[in-house]
Design a protein around this ligand. Structure first.
Ligand SMILES: [Zn+2]
Length: 192
């Protein structure tokens, strides 16, 4: 029997990669998107405008310097509009915690109405240990959840928290590479 590549129908799916900063969430997202690409699925990666790690280039780069082309969008609704206008099977979403609350409804529609495969990555907790933006609702929506951990910058144990190490009250300090460290629960101070 002849094998027919990519003849399997795509199962609509929502997978969510979560963890603190420096846990390799973006590496894991890109690994999964590349795998879908090799399986001949049409893949597109979105990232919020707030994340300018890559400068002017429309791409996502990991802390290791790995790069993947990305579409920059301001709102969740712009992701939906793009997908409806293009031939896309698999949708990656980077730094999903920075999108507006409507990202929950958009992902739900992408999966259940438009029958897409969505893989998102984001910080589940902010630097105070609270659910980050839409993440609590996204965790409830996800079919598969892949927790990632970093290494504590003090002791090297598995780290589940993002410690802010510069004084600032804003929730979002993007691209401030030196403003955070990964910490284990022993060394995480949420009141710092
Ligand atoms: Zn520690």
């Amino acid at each position: 029997m002849m094998a027919t590549p990519c003849s399997l129908p795509l199962q609509p799916m929502f997978e969510l990669i979560v963890g603190p900063m420096y846990a390799g969430k973006t590496e894991e997202l890109i690994r999964r998107l590349r795998r879908a690409h090799h399986a001949k699925r049409h893949v597109v990666l979105f990232k919020p405008e707030v994340d300018n790690r890559c400068g002017e280039d429309a791409c996502t780069s990991t802390h290791n310097g790995d790069r993947f082309p990305a579409e920059i969008k301001k709102t969740a609704r712009e992701i939906l509009a793009y997908v409806l206008e293009h031939d896309v099977d698999v949708i990656g979403i980077e730094e999903v915690q920075f999108f507006d609350e409507e990202i929950v409804e958009v992902i739900h529609a992408l999966v259940y109405v438009h029958r897409k495969w969505v893989i998102a990555a984001g910080l589940n907790r902010d630097y105070r240990g609270k659910a980050f933006g839409p993440m609590a609702r996204l965790l409830q929506e996800a079919f598969e959840i892949y927790p990632q951990h970093a290494m504590c910058s003090i002791c090297g144990q598995p780290a589940y928290h993002s410690q802010r190490i510069v004084p600032a009250k804003e929730l979002v300090l993007v691209g401030a590479k030196d403003a955070y460290e990964a910490r284990c629960t022993v060394h995480f101070d949420q009141d710092a």
